[in-house]
Design a protein around this ligand. Structure first.
Ligand SMILES: Nc1ncnc2c1ncn2[C@@H]1O[C@H](COP(=O)(O)OP(=O)(O)OP(=O)(O)O)[C@@H](O)[C@H]1O
Ligand SMILES: [Mg+2]
Length: 246
């Protein structure tokens, strides 16, 4: 069953058309990876799904709801879409647990005790049961990112968006975050992931979409894109990634 449908999305900033008619679909439980060069429009595409950025034309549907429909409540929509950022975006003055309970209490109105229980469960799920009372500055980058994932999961979203979740991490910390994401994928979470981690894409992605200058040049399962790319541009890009150690 289709959970996300993106249809002919166009987006310009000033004179620059950043998305030039992007279309793709994801079924519930799918894990799709968006790859492409810097400036190709990957972050913009993610942001158009939860309306952090507004599209100029086209359509987006989430679970049957028209994201850009005149009657769509943007706040409700955003509760259904969890987002994990490159730079974690945690509150420095709040503990790991407080970072996770904040949205539960403020946005969903969950009472304190229940919010604490739920947050503790989500932190345990990402391997941070022992770090609930730590402040971000006391955590490694990998641990901070796992708090970011727990925070998004706590809202029980229908879809999780990841924007280069491991690219700010030291190489030795990438694995623990990828492991958590793989675990999430295995539990059936629908995930749209901007990442150049070939290992994650190869093992977890249903489809990879290669975006170049605002267009999806090629889409397909990892074995197809990595071994038999149809387009020179895809091949060039992926070969470049491999030689950079991704
Ligand atoms: N808020 C904005 N205002 C103006 N231009 C923007 C804005 N956000 C993005 N752009 C431009 O849109 C283009 C696509 O940006 P985007 O961040 O989506 O690319 P990206 O594929 O995520 O790149 P990267 O790999 O570097 O993160 C770039 O040329 C960028 O400068
Ligand atoms: Mg980006």
């Amino acid at each position: 069953m289709t959970l996300l449908r993106v249809e002919d999305v166009h987006k310009s900033y000033g004179d620059e058309e950043v998305l030039k008619g992007v279309s793709f679909e994801m079924d519930r439980g799918d894990v799709d990876v968006l790859m492409g060069p810097s400036g190709s429009g990957k972050s913009t595409m993610l942001r158009c799904i939860n309306r952090l950025t507004e599209i100029d034309s086209g359509d987006v549907w989430l679970d049957g709801t028209p994201v850009y429909g005149p009657d769509t409540d943007v706040n409700e929509l955003r509760q259904d879409v969890g987002m994990v950022f490159q730079d974690f975006n945690l509150f420095a003055h709040l503990t790991a647990l407080e970072n996770v309970t904040l949205g539960l209490k403020r946005v969903l109105g969950v009472p304190e005790a229940e919010a604490t229980d739920r947050a503790a469960d989500h932190l345990a799920q990402v391997g941070l049961a022992a770090q609930t009372d730590s402040y971000p500055a006391e955590l490694s980058g990998g641990q901070q990112q796992r708090v970011g994932i727990a925070r998004a999961l706590a809202m029980e979203p229908k879809l999780m968006l990841f924007d280069e979740p491991t690219s700010a991490l030291d190489p030795e910390l990438v694995g623990e975050v990828v492991e958590v994401m793989r675990d999430l994928a295995e539990r059936g979470m629908t995930m749209l992931v901007v990442s150049h981690e070939m290992g994650f894409a190869r093992s977890a992605a249903d489809d990879i979409h290669f975006l170049d200058s605002g267009r999806i040049v090629e889409s397909g399962p990892p074995e197809q894109l990595f071994q038999r790319p149809e387009h020179d541009r895809t091949n060039e890009f992926l070969t470049g990634l491999q030689s950079n150690g991704h």
